[in-house]
Design a protein around this ligand. Structure first.
Ligand SMILES: CC(=O)[C@@H](O)[C@H](O)COP(=O)(O)O
Ligand SMILES: NCC(=O)COP(=O)(O)O
Length: 263
């Protein structure tokens, strides 16, 4: 994959938030038998044919879901989809950089997970982590890709994200998802909006992800300014078990459309 021709997705061109589908949980189900189904690459084909703007994977060191062969097979598949972005997430101090060097996705998302962590549950600590991250960000840039840092929604951290050389921040949205539907919902969403404004002011692009779903997505995209991309996996794949991949993608794109243009 040649990231030097990384697409500005149709979503960017249309002024709406891009939907990147995280396929971790398809691989998780696949790995419970030695039958190769459900297929990760088939899931990618169907969600892309339904209009998804990107594919995200998080190949954890223990290969509990996405395995090394998935990363490479998806890279080969996406050569047929030049307008689709490939986003690979992981800890660059563990196994992520091997995939980055081999596959050269459009975006690398650095996530500070430990090797056996149950799921992603916190962002980087800046500026403390800056010296460790800076050469890895520089290497990703030299390989021609964008770098996004997975961060908690703290406005004061955004200047540090830019200072270390990252292009985007991925706002860790679990606190928003947990507050949704409670009296704290608006205050928490306001915190994300303030963080996004600080990120944009620092010259960063804004991504978001973790526990987003059909219920909480529209209000987030409507009220948090400039969200370029949401990466969604767990809830979306759960919905697809009920609705099918294609109807699910149309539903999530409908949630984004209902939020209005981001431009
Ligand atoms: C970084 C993040 O919040 C998710 O992208 C992450 O991939 C979730 O990992 P699991 O699917 O292993 O829970
Ligand atoms: N970066 C977030 C992601 O890729 C998917 O997170 P989730 O929707 O599985 O919680």
């Amino acid at each position: 994959m040649n990231p030097l021709v990384a697409p500005e997705s149709s979503a960017h061109a249309l002024g709406r938030t891009a939907l990147s589908v995280n396929l971790n949980k398809v691989a998780l189900l696949r790995n419970t038998r030695h039958l190769g189904i459900p297929s990760v690459t088939r899931a990618a084909e169907i969600v892309l044919e339904a209009g998804a703007d990107g594919i995200t994977v998080h190949p954890r060191p223990d290969e509990r879901h996405i395995r090394a062969h998935d990363v490479h097979e998806l890279a080969a598949l996406l050569k047929r989809w030049p307008q689709v972005e490939y986003n690979i997430e992981g800890n660059p101090l563990h196994n992520l950089m091997d995939f980055i060097r081999a596959v050269r996705p459009h975006q690398a998302t650095f996530v500070p997970d430990s090797e056996g962590q149950f799921t992603s549950d916190h962002g980087w600590n800046l500026p403390a982590d800056a010296d460790t991250l800076r050469p890895l960000i520089d290497e990703c840039h030299a390989l021609g890709m964008r770098v996004s840092l997975f961060m908690d929604p703290i406005p004061e951290q955004m200047a540090h994200v830019r200072a270390v050389g990252a292009d985007r921040v991925e706002l860790y949205t679990e606190t928003y998802a947990s507050a949704f539907g409670t009296p704290r919902e608006q205050a928490v969403r306001d915190q994300f909006a303030a963080t996004a404004r600080a990120a944009l002011a620092a010259g960063l692009g804004v991504n978001a992800g973790h526990d987003l779903n059909r219920d909480n997505l529209t209000a987030f995209v409507r009220e948090v300014p400039g969200v370029a991309e949401v990466s969604i996996g767990h809830a979306l794949i759960a919905d697809a078990l009920e609705l099918g991949y294609s109807a699910t993608i149309r539903a999530y794109l409908g949630c984004i459309h209902a939020a209005g243009a981001t431009a």
